[in-house]
Design a protein around this ligand. Structure first.
Ligand SMILES: [Zn+2]
Length: 80
């Protein structure tokens, strides 16, 4: 007998077949496991439009093997 409450099944809004999805791999070493991290940008009060210092974390993914940044189509490389 289990007293665990049943988790409600999430209603799928969009049918996504992960078998059809591409597995992204590291451009350097073909590794498929990535580590989540943040690049943190600091906008000084002098150039900030609000006149206050702004801290802006940007989520990035690094290869778990060699640390290469996963390109996600943005300009993250330029930001760093
Ligand atoms: Zn790698």
């Amino acid at each position: 007998m289990s007293l665990k409450p049943r988790k409600p099944l999430p209603k799928a809004q969009v049918q996504v077949n992960l078998k059809d999805a591409e597995t992204m791999t590291c451009q350097q070493c073909d590794n498929k496991i990535f580590i989540q991290g943040y690049v943190v940008k600091r906008l000084s009060a002098v150039i900030s439009p609000t006149g206050q210092e702004v801290i802006a974390p940007i989520q990035v993914f690094n290869c778990g093997n060699c640390g290469e940044l996963l390109p996600l189509g943005g300009d993250i490389d330029e930001l760093i």
